[in-house]
Design a protein around this ligand. Structure first.
Ligand code: APR
Length: 245
């Protein structure tokens, strides 16, 4: 990790892209790793907008733990390492594909959630808005198989970007600006398999910056990275040793 630490300290601006891999260290499964969510039958329907409108129970059943059990999960070593970098003035911002809100829980300030988050939900028929906590309460009271519905009858959907939906414009625009302006862009715990988020590190390369990758499985950008490493826990430890807890 010495090369990566050196590059961070010498960089003008450092940006980061995180994926589900960093939250596996907190006990949250990723999608495409060996124990990933997508190993389950029909899992690709869980975050599909057409399936949600057809049968919202596929999402609510599939995410009972992953989304509505989030209060059980606490930030892991990579979340903490990124907070220490930000406090040391060595991190401009984090573009995250994750919807677990753990970067904010850890204390990171500049977080761009390019796949949205469940912090707000909206009715699919009248766009009535509910907060995450309100939906959690409705689900707790409703019990197994309950679908939170608006008084108009529409199902509440989280402001998570489902397959078939556009990304949140403001978050993605800021993530693009971060990638283009970073002379060091670090990719952490993502298979880089879902566009347009997976295109962010390419913007850094096109602008003449360096990309570093920390990911157990190979990614399509490995050959273009200045360096790649396998172990996120080792990355976090090296950063915390360098920049402090
Ligand atoms: N150390 C290193 N790498 C790890 C670790 C670890 N401890 N744990 C998991 N990984 C790696 C896996 O090898 C995998 O390549 O993290 C990567 C996670 O990749 P995905 O499961 O594909 O998650 P992600 O890239 O974030 O998915 C992108 O796909 O389903 C959609 O919208 C969803 O945001 C998500 C998007």
């Amino acid at each position: 990790m010495k090369n990566l630490i050196k590059a961070i300290k010498e960089a003008r601006r450092v940006g980061v892209l995180t994926g589900a891999g960093i939250s596996t260290l907190c006990g949250i499964p990723d999608f495409r790793g060996p124990q990933g969510l997508y190993k389950q039958k029909d899992a690709e329907k869980i975050f599909d907008i057409d399936w949600f409108d057809r049968d919202p129970s596929i999402y609510y059943r599939g995410c009972a733990e992953l989304v509505y059990g989030l209060e059980k999960f606490t930030p892991g070593p990579v979340h903490k390492a990124l907070v220490s970098m930000e406090k040391a003035g060595c991190l401009e911002g984090i573009a995250t594909q994750n919807i677990d809100m753990l970067h904010q829980k850890a204390g990171s300030k500049n977080v761009y959630e390019v796949h949205g988050s469940p912090i707000l939900h909206h009715c699919r028929w009248c766009a009535d808005e509910k907060k995450f906590e309100e939906i959690c309460e409705m689900l707790r009271r409703g019990g197994e198989g309950f679908i939170p519905r608006c008084k108009c009858g529409g199902a509440y959907k989280p402001d998570i970007t489902f397959f078939g939906e556009a990304l949140p414009e403001k978050a993605f625009t800021r993530a693009q600006a971060l990638a283009i302006s970073s002379d060091v862009f670090i990719v952490l715990g993502t298979s880089l398999s879902v566009f347009p988020a997976a295109g962010l590190p390419r913007l850094t390369l096109q602008a003449g910056g360096k990309v570093f990758i920390v990911n157990a499985q190979p990614t399509p950008l490995d050959d273009y990275a200045a360096a790649r490493y396998d172990d996120l826990a080792a990355f976090a430890q090296a950063i915390l040793e360098e920049f402090g807890e």
